[in-house]
Write a protein that binds this ligand. Structure first.
Ligand code: CA
Length: 672
């Protein structure tokens, strides 16, 4: 018995040791990616594994001890606007992105910055980004870190140093293409899509050789001008479903701007496609038709990009009902049979379960209130339109809307509870036909009537965390929120679901019954999804906070954070008694750079007692980061002489001019 125990310990430790000995940073290969689920200590790919379940087998933090979860470190990105990244963790190093496609590598145990890379996206490109200057994260493989930039580049960095290894432009930069999604690595290739269908582009997904950036294949999702011939038979078939219009002049849409998954056994890569460009099908395809492959789940051969099957969730999309939302692969027992399924809760409000081998429809039910459709065909799954959402003649008030019953914020699936945790939302929208728009790709071409929306938005917006039973196709429980546009979810073997909220909290709930167990105030709305990993026997939970995205831009006072500017912060938590040890504190202090350490120590010795640790005022006295320019100019003088009228002592006898300047340098270096 004892021998068997020892043998199993060795078996468990061997793969870890092999990785540690595998040399350089981020030594991730195909085998590790395929078996990512067997490395609970890491978070190797966007959805943790190729099935994108966002379920962690780690169980040190559970529903009983969650009260001891505390923040152990934070990292301020120094960037404003939306932060949507899912960090990747490989062997103790965290790789994440902020807004404007900035990438950083951190020591995952202490939060110390190892390197930072700014691709210097021209700020003018921000105008092409419908939904904020966001980025959802990196992919890591074979010693490199891969990410897309808002201006359409794909960049590979050396994981050790953060220096560029190669860079390619993946789009026609004269058009409205942007990249916000995270790349995935499949069989030595970097898979990357793009966005831009709000402004008129033709969607596609590309595969580049991870080693050198050579384009291996590119698959368009909608047909181009039939007069030019078709790139594939699949596109020739698709063209039969477009009729009477000149969609190719505007682009057609169908961009692959976020979700992907991969099944190594079936050797199929799944991508979700977006809305039509323009939104209005009357403009795109006046003769009707389904307009393949808009708003569809596509299964592709990862070696060639060839289409294996498709499943269209919104035929003839008219409302920006993208199917780019998160897809989860799982094996479920349905009707007494084990089924290999793909699950998606796209914007249109239906929760879909399809056979991921064949694309065959299994089931669908509305997971939020749906008014544009009153059900799906029980055999094919094709949604039946009610007609009330057709805005050709009059304003149509529609649920859900272009914001979706669920948007890009990742959901998660817990095999133990059998539930999918969806960041669901209720936002009512209005569409009004505008015959003058849409005829060029130069203008914002949506049919959402924001003036009408403005009168509705304060009344009918809310969100909830929805626990959904995908086998029974019904709600198990929900946790309501006052605001929509809440963050993605993470679920763990500790019977927990984690989610950040639009109103600036980070929550943990009981995965079985939805009871709220724990909450932390982040100081900013959260839209990204949390991750978990472990180092030296301690489980960590990380969330990237930073309010932004489409709803934050458009939502007016329904989205307001009370005037506080959005600020990107990576927050990492662990159980207090395990993580806050003297040894860890020593390690954190020792990890600082010399100049910063000297300045920081001076500040904390002489100033922090009144002006707050890390130069953040608790509110009782002035926040030195926000001093008026003339105060900054006479900083040394003020500190030397003091301000007796407000109780500020004179430090002229205690501190040298040089020391005071160091304190000022520290304060000015702090993100405000
Ligand atoms: Ca869209």
């Amino acid at each position: 018995m004892r021998l068997r125990q020892i043998a199993s310990v060795i078996l468990v430790l061997l793969p870890l040791a092999a990785h540690a000995a595998g040399g350089g940073a981020a030594s991730v290969d195909d085998a590790r990616l395929r078996n990512a689920n067997d490395e609970p200590q890491n978070w190797l790919t966007h959805g943790r594994d190729y099935a994108e379940q966002r379920y962690s087998p780690l169980e040190q933090v559970d529903e009983k001890n969650i009260g001891r979860l505390v923040r152990v470190w934070s990292y301020e990105t120094g960037l404003k606007r939306g932060h949507e990244a899912t960090p990747i963790v490989v062997d103790g190093v965290m790789y994440a992105t902020g807004s404007w496609s900035v990438v950083f590598a951190l020591d995952a145990k202490t939060g110390k910055e190892l390197w930072r890379f700014d691709p210097e996206v021209p700020k003018a490109v921000g105008a092409k980004a419908c939904c904020d200057v966001v980025n959802r994260g990196v992919a890591v493989y074979d010693g490199k870190v891969y990410f897309g930039t808002l201006d359409g580049r794909l960049i590979a960095l050396d994981a050790e140093t953060g220096r560029p290894a190669w860079e390619v432009v993946t789009v026609d930069q004269s058009k409205a293409y942007t990249i916000t999604g995270a790349p995935r690595i499949v069989k030595g290739k970097v898979i990357i899509g793009n966005g831009g269908a709000e402004f008129g582009v033709r969607g596609y997904v590309s595969a580049y050789d991870a080693e050198n950036g050579t384009l291996v294949w590119r698959t368009y999702t909608v047909p181009g001008n039939p007069a030019d011939g078709f790139e594939s038979e699949a596109l020739e078939r698709a063209a039969q479903t477009w009729s009477g219009g000149e969609w190719w002049k505007i682009g057609g849409g169908g961009t692959v701007w976020d979700s992907m998954a991969f099944d190594p056994e079936l050797d199929l890569l799944y991508v979700g496609t977006g809305n039509g460009s323009p939104w209005s099908r009357v403009h795109r395809s006046p003769g009707g038709g389904d307009n393949l492959y808009l708003s569809s789940i596509l299964a592709l051969d990862p070696d060639t990009g060839e289409l294996a099957w498709h499943f269209q969730t919104t035929p003839g999309d008219n409302w920006d009902f993208t199917a780019t939302q998160h897809m989860i692969l799982a094996d479920l027992e349905i009707g007494g049979k084990k089924r290999k399924v793909l699950m998606q809760a796209p914007k249109n409000g239906y929760f879909w379960v399809v056979d991921r081998e064949t694309g065959e429809f299994i089931s669908a039910e509305p997971y939020v209130e749906v008014t544009w459709s009153d059900g799906v065909d029980p055999k094919t799954g094709r949604p039946h339109e009610t007609g009330t959402a057709d805005y050709g003649k009059a304003i149509a008030v529609v649920k859900p809307t272009a914001f979706g019953g669920h948007n890009w914020q990742p959901m998660s699936f817990n095999p133990e509870t059998g539930l999918v945790y969806i960041p669901a939302q209720e936002i009512v929208g209005a569409y009004r036909f505008n015959p003058k728009e849409m005829l060029t790709s130069e203008h914002f071409n949506t049919q959402t009537d924001l003036a009408v929306f403005a009168t509705l938005v304060r009344e009918v917006v809310a969100g909830h965390l929805l626990a959904w039973d995908p086998v029974e196709q019904k709600e198990a429980w929900r946790h309501p929120y006052a605001m929509p546009w809440n963050g993605g979810t993470l679920t763990t073997a500790g019977n927990l679901v984690f989610q950040g909220t639009a109103d600036g909290r980070f929550l943990a709930l009981d995965a079985t019954n939805g009871r709220k167990l724990w909450e932390f105030h982040t100081g900013s709305g959260v839209i990204a999804a949390p991750i978990t990993y472990s180092i030296d026997g301690v489980q960590y939970v990380t969330i990237v906070a930073g309010w932004g995205g489409a709803f934050a831009l458009v939502g007016g006072d329904a989205a307001s954070q009370g005037g506080a500017p959005s600020k990107g912060v990576v927050h990492t938590f662990a159980l207090s008694d395990l993580a806050i040890t003297p040894a860890v504190l020593e390690e954190m202090l020792a990890g600082r750079d010399e100049k910063l350490a000297e300045e920081e120590d001076l500040y904390h010795r002489w100033c922090a007692r009144c002006h707050g640790v890390t130069a953040i005022s608790g509110g009782a006295v002035a926040d030195l980061r926000h001093s008026a320019p003339d105060m900054k100019k006479s900083f040394v003088d003020i500190v030397q002489k003091g301000m007796p009228g407000v109780g500020m002592p004179a430090f002229g006898e205690i501190l040298t001019k040089e020391q005071i300047e160091k304190i000022q340098s520290y304060i000015e270096g702090r993100p405000s």
